[in-house]
Design a protein around this ligand. Sequence first.
Ligand code: B1M
Length: 212
Amino acid sequence: MSILAQIAEHLQTGDDEHVAELTREALEQGLEPKHILDTGLIGGMTTIGEKFKAHDIFLPDVLMAAKAMYAGMEILKPRLIAEGIPSLGKVILGTVQGDLHDIGKNLVGIMLRGVGLEVIDLGNDVAPGRFVEAATEHGAPVIGMSALLTTTMPAMSQVVALVKEQGLAGKVKIIVGGAPVSAEFAREIGADAYGFDAANAVERVKALISEN
Ligand code: B1M
């Protein structure tokens, strides 16, 4: 098995120590950092996303894989930064105001980072204006919001309204998700997309960025 296939394999079992060790070894063998990232780390994470989507694995498996991915990325980071690998795009992410649930939002963030997107994570309990400010400050084309409470879902429509008020509609696209959120709700409030799970969120965000 090639060293990159081994990295992908160990990432899927959440073996962060081996992922770090093999990533270091791959660099020593002269492999390109971007090739190690795309084929080894992102390759492994993509399989994790597919398995999670198919319900073949569960949340703890994804979190373990994410930890292993970070271990490999830590080794590659100095080389990737030095070589100036461009990000696929920026996404502002957060859980809406009044809502402290952040597990799903963090999973979405991990999966987005896994495909090479730059995620600016504002955390949880994020005020509507903060999402819009951050999008302007970072020049991000996408805002992603998560809500787990029916009582906090209206905060999502406040962000959509603010984006329109500030003349950013079309330039800044909005994706919403979370257990009580539906595609119908997303349409009703004028959001650009709805993600039903983390893997679907990745597909939808990539589509929104390519539309811009
Ligand atoms: Co709370 N809670 N909780 N809770 N909690 C729920 C959501 C609830 C459904 C439980 C229940 O009653 N059956 C209920 C909400 C009822 C409702 O409004 N309809 C509830 C309640 C009532 C509350 C409190 C009010 C309880 C209280 O204090 N009386 C309180 C509110 C606090 C607050 O936020 N202000 C509260 C508190 C908490 C804890 C702090 C204890 C904890 C959160 C810890 C944390 O997040 N750090 C907690 C938890 C863990 C849950 C449950 C059990 C699990 C949520 C979770 O993490 N799921 C939840 C019951 C449930 O959902 N079954 C419940 C796993 C996670 C991976 O899934 O977040 O859905 P999820 O994310 C998915 C998708 O939704 C999607 O992708 C993810 C991966 O597939 N997704 C997106 C999420 N965000 C997305 C964004 C996207 C796209 C997709 O685009 C940007």
